[in-house]
Design a protein around this ligand. Sequence first.
Ligand SMILES: [Zn+2]
Length: 317
Amino acid sequence: MAEGQSNISDFFKTMKVRFEKCLEPTLSCAEGAISAHSVQNATSLGIITDDNHVYEMRMRIKNGAPQCAFEKVGRNQASTFPGFCGRHDTEIFKPIDTKPLSLEDAEQLFLIAYRSVTRELHTVMEAAMRLQMTLQRQIAAGVVPKDEPSAAMMEATAHMMKAWGVWKHRVEFYDRPLVKRRFADVGHSIFVIEGRKPVLASSSFFSVDDRPWGKRFAGVTLNVIPTSTTEAAVIVSYPKEQSGKARRYVAPIFLKSGEERLFALSHILVDRAENFFVSPTHVEGWPAEKRKLIEEAFIGTVIRGEPAKPSPDLMLF
Ligand SMILES: [Zn+2]
């Protein structure tokens, strides 16, 4: 990858060209991206589906205000994102899509994290692109001034910086190691939820420090992968050089055990993850108040940036 791509104006130019294209590590593939699963469909998502459906948290605008709610989605729509072309999706993820998961396999663990980081990159690029196009439309219509700061311009710029930051993170900590097959550059903290039916799957990525958007930041991926009818693997992955910050952030999960540990995991999922799926039987078994509390905690963190208060009511497992 050219050094010049670390410059934001170059990033923006590249992003225009890459949008809806394959995000393979060298960014040279000209193929369009297809919808592919961020959570392994056949195995892990299948374990938590009922009648081929799962619940996911959806955000919608209702009467001008954003709302979050659990919504039932078909297994084939759940967790998909157009990040790679068919050929790269197959080639890159073959080791995790064609072999059973081994928690000792450095390549598999790396690829699970790589898929989560790329899903986030696609999500933030899409948001930045959409806001940029809205801004240009408003400028063309004369609604927003071209050369003066406006709310629309600030928002578009902030999202562009965020996309740029995630982009740089992937290039530095994931694309370069992947191309060189240096899988051990990414470290993992893992535990297995045993002896209970898996009810949740997740593939997410978030920062673990408070750097302004666009700056170099420390980030982790959090994957919850049902592996059998009685077990699910919880895998937190991070660049090795950021392992101190990463482990400190997820310490509430790893220092606890039993139900306490699952509370802590639920709290981090509601607080930071945007991409998780829950078994329909499980969600439908919750009291209505509990479901509402989780939805409200979720919207608080997404919209208002308020951290969710740790509470047994937010238990997702
Ligand atoms: Zn491709």
